[in-house]
Ligand binder design. Structure first.
Ligand SMILES: Cc1cc2nc3c(=O)[nH]c(=O)nc-3n(C[C@H](O)[C@H](O)[C@H](O)COP(=O)(O)OP(=O)(O)OC[C@H]3O[C@@H](n4cnc5c(N)ncnc54)[C@H](O)[C@@H]3O)c2cc1C
Length: 467
């Protein structure tokens, strides 16, 4: 884009999930002058994104209601919004705050914010494929002029598995778990193989149960670890120890300290997950203070364990998964996947070590692709090719400044591009859940507007409750 003005007249946000929507909402909340705002979003309804566009009520949030406010400065916003709905209206406060609400209800919450704050914005249903000096270019050739462009493209689809390229049209193969697969459900004496044991696999298992499908399910991942359950913690004031700055320890000493406290909690009969929770407020700073070697070492040796403790699931969901295991319906395998291939109408999964597992339906739920330069997004590939964006030093996402301005291929802050959300994994590590993203959305809005202002909170909240 040609040199943009210091204060933007027109802002285009690419991606209309939580990150893009809440960036737009914060711009409208904070702006003291008129800004032209456009949100470009493809594939699903704007506002809901991948996580909250599910139509299935059995898919619950994996964070309690009390921590799901969309605004960092109004902590009870979501809980208060829930009171506008009949089913939550009369629940005791402590019960409502601890509830794991259906994700589709959270999608309704985001849509209500969209209607309230963004009546003046333009919504474009389409795919952005490039950004050049004219603005944002869509796949249909339309160009949308912009002084500033925010990349809020969210999580990538899973990385392709060896052999999957030959299965594109195979009826028993699903390369993207976010596509609708219910029409392909095998007969109840058939089998389903889920590649991955993370949150997407949990979603699929819960749906199978709610459909009353009792066929055989195999779930495969390197360690075979399913997410752990949320639990009621205990007071544990000993961590972090007084006077210790966790971010200054370096990886080796930090791991030692954490393991020591986890063992102490185990000895006390308490859940060591408390330590991971207590680290959450420090995680981004710790990550940024680690050396590149330490971050790579964490990703290789500790990340899998961290993820299953950190990204826990609602106890009622965990109980259903446990039942599936105990009844033998679900078998979990710890193995690396070597390749996938067709076996007539079925799909065969070959594991390292020679074992094979065959399914009538095999779903790639291995989690988002994390190597940024291998992105399947045409937009991001084009921006990389132009040198408009550059990978962070772990190649997990884009490089940014503290204000979320993208750093280009020559190492200079871009005059017009910003980023938010999962694209910043290499910078922050924790950057995929609402408690982190709501703060980012506000920061990006402030950078866009070049100002830090306080909104008149009470007035706006009152009006939303009446929607
Ligand atoms: C199954 C699941 C459950 C989750 N549960 C929780 C939870 O309970 N609590 C929590 O805090 N977090 C949860 N998360 C994390 C969740 O990802 C974040 O809360 C948040 O929704 C991420 O939003 P996003 O906008 O960054 O990305 P996304 O939701 O992925 O949205 C990105 C949007 O951008 C669009 N897009 C991408 N590229 C383009 C392009 N080139 N042109 C146009 N549009 C484009 C996509 O189609 C998509 O609509 C969950 C995630 C998943 C997958």
């Amino acid at each position: 884009m040609s040199t943009p003005p210091a204060t933007p007249q027109s802002i285009v946000i690419v991606g209309g999930g939580f990150s893009g929507l809440m960036t737009a909402v914060n711009v409208m909340r904070l702006a003291r002058r008129t800004v032209r705002l456009t949100i470009i979003n493809g594939q699903r309804p704007t506002g809901r994104g991948v996580a909250y566009s599910t139509r299935r009520a059995e898919h619950l949030l994996n964070v309690a209601a009390r921590n799901m406010s969309a605004f960092p400065d109004i902590p009870d916003h979501f809980v208060n919004w829930l009171r506008t709905r009949t089913e939550y209206d009369t629940l005791p406060e402590h019960e409502l705050r601890e509830r794991f609400i259906p994700r589709l209800v959270y999608g309704d919450y985001l849509r209500s914010l969209m209607h309230h704050y963004l009546s003046a914005a333009e919504f474009v249903d389409g795919e952005a494929v490039d950004v050049d000096e004219r603005g944002v270019i869509l796949s249909n050739g339309r160009v949308i002029e912009a002084d500033r462009v925010v990349l809020a493209s969210g999580n990538e689809a899973p990385a392709p598995l060896p052999g999957a390229e030959a299965l594109t049209d195979h009826p028993g193969w699903l390369g993207n778990p976010w596509l609708d697969w219910l029409g392909r459900l095998p007969a109840s004496d058939g089998s389903i193989v889920l590649l991955g044991t993370g949150l997407t696999t949990v979603d699929s298992l819960i749906t199978l149960r709610s459909l009353g499908w009792y066929g055989r399910v195999h779930a495969i991942s390197r360690h075979g670890w399913l997410p752990q359950s949320h639990f009621r913690g205990i007071e544990y004031p000993d961590f972090p120890p007084e006077g210790v700055d966790l971010a200054e320890l370096g990886l080796e000493r930090l791991v030692k300290l954490v393991e020591g406290h986890c063992n102490r909690l185990r000895d006390m009969g308490a859940n060591p997950g408390i330590i991971v929770d207590k680290m959450r407020a420090h995680t981004q700073r710790i990550w940024q203070k680690l050396t590149l070697e330490e971050r790579l070492s964490f990703a290789k040796h500790h990340a899998a364990k961290w993820n299953i403790i950190r990204h826990r699931i609602a106890p009622e969901i965990h109980a259903q998964i446990t039942t599936m295991q105990l009844t033998g319906q679900l078998q979990v395998h710890a193995a690396n996947i070597e390749k996938v291939s067709a076996a007539d109408q079925r799909v065969e999964v070959q594991l390292c070590g020679g074992k094979t597992i065959t399914g009538d339906l095999v779903i790639n739920a291995t989690g988002p692709q994390t190597r940024f330069t291998a992105t399947s997004s045409g937009l991001l590939q084009n921006l990389l090719r132009r040198g408009s964006v550059s990978p962070d030093d772990m190649d997990m996402g884009v490089r940014i400044t503290p204000g979320h301005t993208i750093v280009d291929g020559e190492g200079k802050p871009s005059p017009s591009l910003l980023a938010i959300g999962p694209l910043l994994r290499g910078t922050y590590w924790e950057t995929i859940a609402v408690p982190e993203l709501r703060g980012q959305a506000r920061r990006v809005a402030e950078t866009l507007l070049g100002e830090t202002t306080e909104p008149t909170i009470e007035q706006k909240v009152m009006m939303e409750y009446m929607i």
